[in-house]
Design a binder for this molecule. Structure first.
Ligand code: F6R
Length: 613
């Protein structure tokens, strides 16, 4: 999705802005631009295409301004083009604005502004914002230092939809103003300088101190001062948060791509996520939660709500909670849940999973559950992200920044966190044998070294990828918990290799999909559940008989005679197996994408953080 960068300080803004945009590239975009406050007025440099093209624009090297705003656009209203790129200026060229989000009432506002003499030069919803600010500025008869702020306030009050905006103005040459509703925005606090971004990693090399803007808040930013206001312009006291990610974790560190680096970081990310929540011979501990037996006994059902990969992690959470705690769990897609009128009440626990913590549908689903009096629990990888500020309780995965669009280490961290949560509940509820729980806990502690061992399959997977990278369709099969892995493996493949793939519960094969199996088609199966080995093997035989080319990921000793390739991974407790069995599938997607010469980290049409509906 769109990305925002801002700088105010003593240095030339342009190189800092472009460098920040390059760090936001992973979010997905189709055009880029920036604006600085120059001695002669506002500069505007923008075009469709990559951020690095900005360096080629006439006059970019002449910019000297030390205050500027920048943007990468992911087209929603209007095709990717220079005119539609941000920043947008008002008709008088006194206000420049960049915007993330969608202004739902822009047609209405545009008509109003046209009636008041304004002209529009783009097809975007954003262009109404600078003109609206200008409109309110020109209507304000009081010419004091707050005039621009009041104009921004009035404009924000008129906007419906979602926005994170940055504004610079010749009328306020020592400030940047930012405002937000339903789109993320952080302010990085420096010394004699401040940074603005739509996410933390882009400015992590400059500071570890961040302010998180909440909905309906405005910030007036100077080089060495930041003031926060609500929409009535009453001052807000906001605390700075220290983020302990190091800048190096947002770099490739010698790996060819972020995705490969993140796949190989999984022993660490899982270890960090387990952290002090689990120590040998102790009960599982979540300092962030104060759930007791009475509270958990009153929970009649649990919803786990998320999107994409995070939803797939939720599926393994369901397996664990239902097995260990005997509480029914429904896993729902956030974009469905929010419009379903779900049966949620004060005895429902709703768990929301989001790596970024900024996914628009997940946030909306969370707000809906709160309105129905449910207890809400957010699981996110980003400290201070929107879902964590909205939920009653928050837990963090400690995967470190995930830059590649395709989620890998965040997924395994989410699964391990949900396993720990299930154990924590089960220990309070006394709903499962303590001896068995201890066995699972020991297995969790052994996971980092087992992930290391699993990663050794990398070369075998690379060779298999070379055989199948030109395929048009790939099928993924699994039963029980392995079906979750099949779903996630299939999603990874389609995202970064653009190969059509489908995941099926292996038992469903006969009910339709087997019609698609023909000579040479690739079928990838996952088999880790002892009780279901025979069943899945039978399904594999059925596809082999019909000419399929087969890859099996397993921790069992299988009769391998007519399977083309078997990847043997370390054995573990069945509930934990998705954390290991997904790794060969992540690598498969990665190597196929590389064989095809694609941009692994920035697949087409996709964005890292889906902040609009
Ligand atoms: C897939 C992927 C997406 C995200 C989904 C939710 O690799 O990354 O499917 O999982 O967009 O994102 P978060 O977890 O940030 O809410």
């Amino acid at each position: 999705m769109c990305g925002i960068i801002g700088y105010i300080g003593l240095k030339k803004a342009t190189p800092i802005l472009i460098n920040g945009l390059l760090r936001l590239e992973y979010r997905g975009y189709d055009s880029a631009g920036l604006s600085t406050i120059e001695p002669g007025g506002l500069s505007i440099m923008k075009d469709k295409g990559r951020v690095k093209n900005l360096y080629k624009l006439d006059g970019i090297d002449d910019l000297v301004g030390t205050i500027g705003i920048a943007h990468t656009r992911w087209a929603t209203h209007g095709k990717p083009s220079k005119e539609n790129s941000h920043p947008h200026l008002d008709n008088s060229n006194h206000f420049a604005v960049v915007h993330n989000g969608i202004i739902e009432n822009y047609n209405e506002l545009k008509d109003f502004l046209i009636d008041n003499g304004y002209t529009f030069y783009s097809q975007t919803d954003t262009e109404v914002i600078p003109n609206l600010i200008h409109y309110y500025y020109s209507k304000d008869s009081k010419n004091d230092s707050q005039r621009v702020l009041r104009a921004v306030q009035s404009a924000c009050k008129s906007l419906k939809g979602s926005y994170a905006i940055q504004i610079i103005s010749t009328y306020l040459p020592d400030n940047i103003i930012v405002a937000k509703k339903d789109s993320p925005l952080v302010i990085g606090k420096g010394t004699e300088e401040n940074y603005i971004s739509s996410d933390i990693p882009a400015i992590l090399s400059f500071t570890n101190e961040f302010y998180f803007l909440d909905d309906f808040e405005i910030a007036l930013i100077e080089r060495n001062n930041i003031e926060f206001f609500d929409l009535n312009l009453s001052k807000i006291d906001k605390k700075v948060k220290n983020i302990d990610w190091n800048a190096g974790s947002a770099d490739k560190n010698g790996y060819e791509d972020f995705m490969l680096k993140e796949i190989f970081e999984q022993p660490i990310s899982v270890r960090e996520t387990v952290g002090s929540r689990l120590t040998e011979n102790e009960n599982c501990c979540f300092d962030e939660l104060n759930f007791n037996k009475e509270f958990l006994l009153n929970i009649n059902k649990i919803y786990i709500v998320a999107c994409g990969t995070a939803m797939h992690a939720g599926l393994s959470g369901k397996n664990a909670i239902e097995k260990l705690c005997k509480i029914p769990v429904t896993v729902d897609i956030a974009s469905e849940f929010r419009y379903r009128d779900p049966i949620v009440d004060k005895n429902t626990l709703c768990i929301f999973i989001s790596q970024s913590g900024e996914t628009a549908d997940t946030i909306a689903a969370l707000k809906l559950s709160k309105s129905k009096n449910a207890t809400t629990l957010a699981i996110s990888n980003v400290v201070g992200s929107s879902i964590t500020r909205e939920a009653d309780y928050s837990l963090y995965t400690h995967a470190g920044p995930e830059i590649a669009v395709a989620s890998t280490k965040a997924y395994t961290s989410q699964v391990v966190l949900l396993e720990l949560l299930a154990i924590y509940f089960a220990e309070i509820l006394e709903s499962y044998s303590f001896k068995e729980l201890n066995n699972i806990k020991n297995e969790i502690l052994a996971l980092p070294s087992k992930i290391e061992a699993t990663l050794k399959c990398s070369d075998d997977i690379k060779n298999f990828a070379k055989q199948i990278y030109q395929e048009k369709d790939v099928f993924f099969l699994g039963r029980g918990i392995d079906y979750n892995t099949a779903l996630e493996g299939s999603l990874k493949l389609k995202e970064i290799s653009y190969i059509h793939s489908e995941a099926y519960a292996a038992g469903e094969l006969k009910h339709g999909p087997i019609a698609l199996i023909e000579n040479g088609i690739t079928v990838v199966s996952v088999i880790t559940d002892e009780q279901l080995v025979e069943k899945t093997i039978s399904n594999i035989q059925e596809v082999i008989t019909r000419g399929a080319h087969t890859l099996v990921i397993t921790n069992k000793n299988l009769p391998t005679n007519n399977i083309d390739k078997v990847i043997l991974i370390p054995d573990t407790y069945t509930l934990l197996s998705p954390i290991l069995s997904i790794i060969p599938l992540q690598l498969l997607a990665y190597y196929i994408s590389k064989e095809k010469g694609l941009d692994v980290d920035k697949p087409r049409n996709l964005a890292k953080s889906v902040t609009v509906e």
